[in-house]
Design a protein around this ligand. Structure first.
Ligand SMILES: NC(=O)c1ccc[n+]([C@@H]2O[C@H](COP(=O)([O-])OP(=O)(O)OC[C@H]3O[C@@H](n4cnc5c(N)ncnc54)[C@H](O)[C@@H]3O)[C@@H](O)[C@H]2O)c1
Ligand SMILES: N[C@H](CO)Cc1c[nH]c[nH+]1
Ligand SMILES: [Zn+2]
Length: 440
């Protein structure tokens, strides 16, 4: 039987558009509940049994036969050897990507990640002191594909922020280590690396085990199990966001070659059967042309099966009344990646408010952002771009407020605080302020 990839065809003028659109956006509650249940069991096992559970689950879920946790740690020598063993073209590409990612995140730190303070009219100092986290865990996915680029996207901003210890976890299905992943860890300066993945890796980082130190925060993307585990451990540790199965939304005015758009939809669909690719366009003939290109190109794709399942199960080609309506629907979806494939991307960009990353113009394929444009590819999914932002230097920092009140300032603030503290019925607060008043 020939493989087919048939995204759902919808039109905003259909009477049942709203219900079918909603159904397509949200994955099945049943599947979700099963994943939640499994993840809860895994987290509990690791919390109670530590390394023993991590070893057992790595055997069961990843087919990794290890007798001790020491066998699951990658040495710095192994990382360096992996880098040295790469063909020079791959070594160079890793270094070029790393340099661009570093430059972007250094600019981000300059713009938004610095301490600041000012003195008020009484000479009191008010400000914010920014400090890096001490120890972070970065999750690098590795179930259905290997992600050296995710090593760079996590570890480089952590370094730029000044994090002292960067612990990496990455699953190695059947014990197969990906040399590019190891080499990327070398290039990005990862402190320690463990070949474990899934919810068990998230649990080990969050709770700590005899072999894996507990971290302060876990960042990085992963499949639905990883995303759910991060949600569960939030509070024990910090997390960056929910960066689950990949998504792309293409907003097209019909001017981009349809095979480019078809391939861009494939590029995220090939990550995972649960990935989501959506095309919005006001031109029905263009949607037909993209579907024809999907049919033509699919058989040549090595990951055709995953693409077909993702597009068939979660994809959509949506006919809109016009580009304005397409922008409004895109804002409702709040996709991880948003491509504005138009002759006038600057015309539509001001209308677009919710997306992890916005790619402007036909030449800006989303895949360039995945690897080397510079901005981070760890991005919020499942509509969480309404309130979350791309991974960045600020995720590896925290802020402390700084307050130094002058003698004069204590007179002004003391009177205000005293009134409010008495209003709250908190006498010790009031007295502490009043004792510092000169006429007390
Ligand atoms: N949003 C982002 O920024 C971003 C970036 C890169 C990748 N991604 C996404 O990350 C995901 C990577 O997924 P992946 O599967 O390739 O790697 P992964 O490392 O996220 O997941 C693999 C792990 O999942 C666990 N697992 C798989 N099936 C399980 C089951 N039935 N029960 C319990 N645990 C199970 C296993 O422990 C395995 O080690 C994809 O969905 C991709 O789209 C997202
Ligand atoms: N598109 C992914 C984020 O959703 C990132 C990635 C890495 N490699 C290829 N793609
Ligand atoms: Zn990708």
């Amino acid at each position: 039987m020939t493989l087919q990839a048939r995204p759902l065809r919808l039109s905003t003028t259909d009477a049942d558009f709203e219900s079918r659109f909603q159904q397509r956006l949200h994955w099945s509650a049943d599947a979700d509940a099963q994943i939640e249940q499994r993840v809860a069991e895994i987290l509990q096992a690791v919390q109670q049994e530590g390394d023993a559970a991590v070893l057992r689950l790595s055997r069961q879920l990843d087919g990794v036969q290890a007798e001790s946790m020491a066998q699951l740690e990658l040495t710095q020598a192994e990382l360096a050897a992996a880098f040295e063993s790469l063909p020079s073209q791959q070594r160079q590409a890793l270094q070029q990507a790393a340099a661009r990612i570093r430059r972007y995140h250094e600019a981000q730190k300059q713009a938004a990640g610095q301490s600041w303070s000012y003195r008020d009219e009484d000479g009191s100092l008010l400000g914010q002191k920014v400090t890096p986290l001490d120890r972070v865990g970065i999750y690098v996915p590795g179930g259905k594909a290997a992600y050296p680029s995710s090593v760079l996207m996590n570890a480089i901003p952590a370094h730029v922020a000044g994090v002292a210890e960067i612990l990496m976890v990455v699953p190695t299905p059947r014990g197969e280590k990906n040399p590019l992943v190891l080499a990327a860890a070398y290039v990005a300066g990862v402190t320690r690396a463990f070949t474990i993945g899934g919810a068990q890796a998230v649990a080990a980082l969050a709770y700590g085990t005899a072999s894996i130190p507990k971290v302060d925060k876990i960042t990085g993307p992963g499949n639905a199990y990883v995303a759910s585990a991060k949600k569960h451990v939030f509070g024990q540790v910090g997390i960056d966001m929910i960066a689950g199965p990949s998504e792309i939304l293409v907003l097209a005015d019909g001017s981009t070659p349809p095979d480019w758009v078809a391939m861009d939809l494939f590029s995220q669909a090939e990550h995972d059967e649960l990935a989501q690719s959506i095309l919005l366009c006001p031109d029905a003939a263009y949607l037909d042309a993209v579907q024809r290109e999907i049919d033509r190109l699919l058989p040549g794709m090595p990951r055709a099966e995953i693409i077909a399942k993702s597009l068939g199960g979660r994809g959509a080609l949506i006919l809109t009344r016009d580009m304005e309506e397409a922008c409004a629907i895109s804002n409702r979806i709040a996709p991880e990646h948003l491509e504005v494939s138009s002759r006038e991307p600057q015309q539509w960009e001001p209308l677009l408010r919710h997306a992890g990353a916005i790619f402007l113009g036909a030449y800006t394929s989303e895949s360039l952002g995945d690897y080397c444009a510079g901005p981070n590819h760890v991005l919020p999914t499942s509509g969480t771009a309404r309130f979350s932002s791309p991974l960045g230097v600020m995720d590896f920092q925290k802020r402390s407020s700084l307050i130094e009140v002058s003698e004069q300032g204590a007179q002004t603030l003391g009177r205000i605080a005293s009134v409010l503290a008495h209003g709250e019925g908190l006498q010790a607060h009031a007295r502490a302020a009043e004792m510092r008043l000169k006429d007390a």
